[in-house]
Ligand binder design. Structure first.
Ligand code: CA2
Length: 145
């Protein structure tokens, strides 16, 4: 059985690979989505990827994941540090949730140290670069069995 994993990326992550490579690396979001889709196929997981710069659209996508997704991998971007709405939406999702940050948010400005999403996440990966998304998918495959 192929199980669905929703990959969600929040605001400004569409700029990956195009600005600030010293913080966020050289891979584009399209590179990451393609690699994860391939890795998912090898693991028997169907990866469905979305990115939005808008909080409400991300909430809509999390709600949509309630219909048929076994897990969500989410990098909420700056909304990690501000959004109770995204936390509430994730709390209404019954599957696995893994939060990914490309950079190590704990090594950066103090306002990035707290994430509302972490209160719901089954795991948090930070500071592993784009590889963090692959680690999240491996963990989901292991947990889903
Ligand atoms: O490290 C991460 O993945 C973050 O979630 C990225 C967010 C930041 O607000 C979080 O504190 C940590 C920002 C994403 C912005 O991405 C850009 C990529 C390239 C150029 C400019 C922004």
């Amino acid at each position: 059985m192929t199980r669905r994993v929703t990959l969600l990326n929040g605001p400004n992550l569409n700029l990956l690979g195009k600005r600030q490579p010293e913080i966020y690396g050289h891979e584009t979001l399209s590179d990451i989505e393609t690699a994860l889709t391939r890795q998912g196929a090898e693991l028997g997981l169907e990866v469905v990827a979305f990115q939005s710069n808008h909080e409400g659209v991300l909430v809509d996508q999390i709600q949509a994941a309630r219909e048929g997704s076994a897990a969500i991998i989410i990098n909420p971007g700056a909304y990690s540090h501000t959004s109770v709405a995204i936390l509430d939406a994730l709390n209404a999702f019954e599957g696995l949730v893994i939060e990914v940050h490309i950079s190590n948010i704990h090594k950066r400005e103090a306002f990035r140290h707290h994430s509302f999403v972490s209160a719901r996440a089954d795991a948090v990966i930070a500071g592993c670069g784009a590889q963090g998304y692959q680690l999240a998918l491996q963990r989901i495959a292991a947990l889903l069995g």
